[in-house]
Structure formats: structure tokens, C-alpha cells
Design a protein around this ligand. Sequence first.
Ligand SMILES: Nc1ncnc2c1ncn2[C@@H]1O[C@H](COP(=O)(O)OP(=O)(O)O)[C@@H](O)[C@H]1O
Ligand SMILES: [Mg+2]
Length: 166
Amino acid sequence: MTGVLGATRVLATVEQTRDFGKALAAVLRPGDLVVLTGPLGAGKTVVAQGVGAGLHVRGDVTSPTFVIARVHQPDPARGGTVPMVHVDAYRLGNVPDPIGEVDALDLDATLEDSVTLVEWGEGLVEQLSDEHLEVHLDRRDDDSRVVSLIPRGGDWPARAASLTPA
Ligand SMILES: Nc1ncnc2c1ncn2[C@@H]1O[C@H](COP(=O)(O)OP(=O)(O)O)[C@@H](O)[C@H]1O
Ligand SMILES: [Mg+2]
């Protein structure tokens, strides 16, 4: 991989991983799709929690285990303006158009007006045609995490570069 593809950052603690999510939130806009990949326990939900904090959304951000997707509405009192849709791809299964499936759900928010975060696990993301940022997390032996940003389309390369300073 070259250039910003595969740009990485080490996240030494849970707090740093959460703060990375907050920094990510600062570059997000309505209609964005962020795909969180990596094995179980890698920290995908921790990043989602940081994004939720950065977007000032309501409710605890937890793995959406019993639902396909959970909508977190913004809290205007804290400056929140954009809903966050948090999706567990395991619940979707291996379908040809996963984001279309989510869009077809009767959610209290539309994906165009929201930031959509999908926890994907390993694989499958290659088949995703929609423009997106992949945030890949890996756990190292010392329990730190390495985050790799894989931008796909749009202005994601520039936004990804701003999140992984050299
Ligand atoms: N540097 C770190 N970054 C993120 N999580 C960490 C880190 N160190 C330890 N952890 C722990 O790893 C777990 C990550 O869990 P979670 O975010 O739910 O993973 P996933 O959603 O990828 O399955 C949490 O229990 C968290 O406290
Ligand atoms: Mg999770």
C-alpha cells in the first residue's frame, strides 16, 4: 500500500482509541459511511463511542447486538446536530447490498442525514461499493491497538490523511 492508503496510528490506551473516535467525528458530515473492521475485541465499539461523544449524540453507544442498527439522535443542548446510525454487520449477514438493507429499515433517521458507522468484523468490506472510510483496528501483544485508515472514493483520502499525521 502507498500514500495515505494504510496510514497508521498506534493507540496505546482505551482513552486514546476513544479520542481517535472523537477526532474522526470532527471530520464527519451527514451522509458519511465509516466501516470499522478488525477482529472481536479490537476496539471497534470503543471508536464508535468516541465518534458518538464527538457528535454529541444521546444514549450509550454499545454493540448493537440484538438489532441490526441503532440510531443515536443528536443532543442539541450539547451542540449535536447529526444523528449517528450504528450498524452491526454480523446481523445483516452476507447480502449483496448491505447499506441498501440498512437504508430499507424503518429507522428514525435517513442515512443521507446521518453519519453511519458499521462494525464489520473481518473480510467482506471489499464487496462494498459505496464510498466510505474503512477504519481497521488490530490488537497488539502489549494490548495497544494499531488503526489503519483505508479511504475509498470521494475526499476520503484527504480526510484520512488529516487523521493520521506523519
Ligand atoms: N488501546 C485500546 N483501545 C481500545 N480498546 C482497548 C484498548 N486496550 C484495551 N481495550 C479493551 O478492548 C476491548 C475492545 O472492545 P470493543 O470495542 O467492544 O471491541 P470490538 O467492537 O472490536 O469487538 C474493550 O474491553 C477495551 O476496554
Ligand atoms: Mg463491537
